[in-house]
Ligand binder design. Structure first.
Ligand SMILES: NC(=O)c1ccc[n+]([C@@H]2O[C@H](COP(=O)([O-])OP(=O)(O)OC[C@H]3O[C@@H](n4cnc5c(N)ncnc54)[C@H](O)[C@@H]3O)[C@@H](O)[C@H]2O)c1
Length: 411
């Protein structure tokens, strides 16, 4: 039930604090008296009525907050400070079905669970809009993010960038070992529970469903969902075999749909109890999603198609305050896709003579760099800046933002 309950509880915490929250499951033993108790027996029949449950959560929260108010204080006499429960018990009549602990990050939520400290947290009303850049650095702080293809390349840069800015990041990748290695490294560097490795195949629906269940169980929900898993199998349209074309499409295009389908369901549950909270889905697309790519049609086709998905998802999901955008980077020459000494594209292009006159990997690299008006490849930092912009920009959705050093310009 974590996948249904945890996001609703997380939404309550977000709605009260106006900030991200982490929700972790606890033991269903004795419930501390300060806990918010929610009886779902009216909506928990043979089928679990999700939106009915959201309503019960909201009503139970209002009643709980009233009970927690200091006796004899007139609401009008003191500025209203909202209270957020740090422990929520879900009941069916007298039976306690689940207990969850809430705090602003994973470490704090775990500490609460271990100490059974259910003291409510207090928040002053709403935060005023701030026209300075002060809050920019905080745009992902304490948020929960998921990065597919996060073990390597752009995905790894993004996972590092988000964790370094205070987010908790799920590194989801087919490469389990690589994801775990990176998560361990990030946690050591950040000195906190900043990254969690998760095995996932974006082309497999059951795997994406299981990934979302893991996210709900470990942190309660999701604020930022980044699709970076992708592959390239470049070939002439006259020669490419169907299996290769289908594999590229299954990962780059269908995989993006599967991620959005399951992650957006999780985000929608939070929305039901935190209707003001905006969440983000961002696809790492490509400059090849904006203009064709010679002898690389499966890749460019999937990337162009994904921009159609981005626009369509954006139209549909804004109802739940989920923004959907794409970043279209230029070539990441320093990443493993290009620079891996054995399998990298520079070595491959040198071996196949794709760049006339090139004698070294450096010659091939220089040839490609010369195509970029700014004279260099795209980096993780270039992509991160765009991601921060997209998340901070609350008034935009359905866009594809190029980051190509001027190589591809909008028409
Ligand atoms: N490298 C570039 O020059 C470049 C340029 C523009 C856009 N992009 C896009 O950026 C994204 C990342 O590219 P990259 O260069 O970092 O690639 P990469 O090959 O370095 O890393 C891709 C990661 O995705 C993982 N992956 C592959 N298939 C998967 C699947 N089915 N499920 C889960 N994980 C899977 C791999 O294990 C790997 O860790 C891709 O979508 C790519 O199209 C790359």
């Amino acid at each position: 039930m974590d996948i249904f309950l945890a996001p609703l509880i997380r939404g309550i915490g977000i709605n009260v604090s106006g900030e991200s929250r982490v929700v972790v499951p606890g033991e269903t033993g004795a419930v501390p008296p300060q806990a918010l108790q929610v009886d779902l027996s009216a909506v928990w029949g043979e089928r679990f009525d999700e939106s009915g449950a959201a309503k019960v959560f909201q009503e139970s929260y209002t009643a709980w907050e009233f009970d927690m108010a200091p006796a004899g204080v007139e609401a009008a006499a003191a500025p209203h400070r909202k209270k957020q429960p740090t422990c929520v018990a879900v009941k069916r009549g007298q039976s306690i079905e689940a207990v969850y602990w809430i705090d602003e990050d994973l470490d704090k939520a775990e500490r609460r669970r271990l100490s059974q400290d259910a003291t409510p947290q207090e928040y002053a009303g709403s935060v005023k809009p701030d026209l300075s850049a002060r809050r920019r650095a905080e745009v992902v702080k304490n948020k929960i993010a998921l990065v597919t293809g996060g073990a390597q390349g752009f995905g790894a840069e993004i996972a590092r960038g988000l964790a370094g800015s205070g987010a908790t990041v799920f590194i989801a990748d087919l490469n389990q070992e690589g994801a775990q290695r990176l998560a361990d490294q990030i946690n050591r560097e950040e000195k906190r529970a900043a990254a969690i490795a998760a095995t996932a195949d974006v082309a497999d629906e059951a795997s994406m469903e299981e990934l979302c269940r893991t996210v709900a169980r470990r942190t309660g929900g999701l604020d930022i969902c980044i699709s970076s898993a992708g592959i390239v199998k470049a070939a002439s349209a006259l020669d490419q075999d169907l299996a290769a074309f289908n594999q590229v499409t299954a990962i780059n295009y269908t995989g993006f749909f599967l991620m959005v389908k399951h992650c957006a369901r999780l985000m929608r549950r939070q929305f039901w109890t935190a209707p003001e909270w905006k969440t983000d889905i961002i696809q790492i697309n490509s400059k090849s999603g904006l203009e064709g790519s010679n002898k690389n049609s499966a890749y460019a086709g999937g990337k162009f198609g994904s921009i159609g998905l981005v626009e369509s998802f954006a139209l549909e999901l804004i109802e739940y305050n989920i923004k959907v955008n794409a970043v279209c980077p230029g070539n990441f020459f320093d990443g493993p896709l290009w620079s891996d000494p054995e399998k990298g594209l520079f070595s491959q292009y040198l071996k196949t003579g794709k760049v006339p006159g090139a004698r070294t990997v450096g010659d091939v690299k220089a040839f490609y760099e010369a195509k970029v008006p700014m004279g260099r490849g795209c980096t993780g930092l270039d992509v991160m800046r765009t991601i921060y912009y997209i998340i901070e920009q609350a008034y935009e959705t359905g866009q594809a933002v190029p980051v190509t050093g001027g190589q591809v310009m909008l028409h």
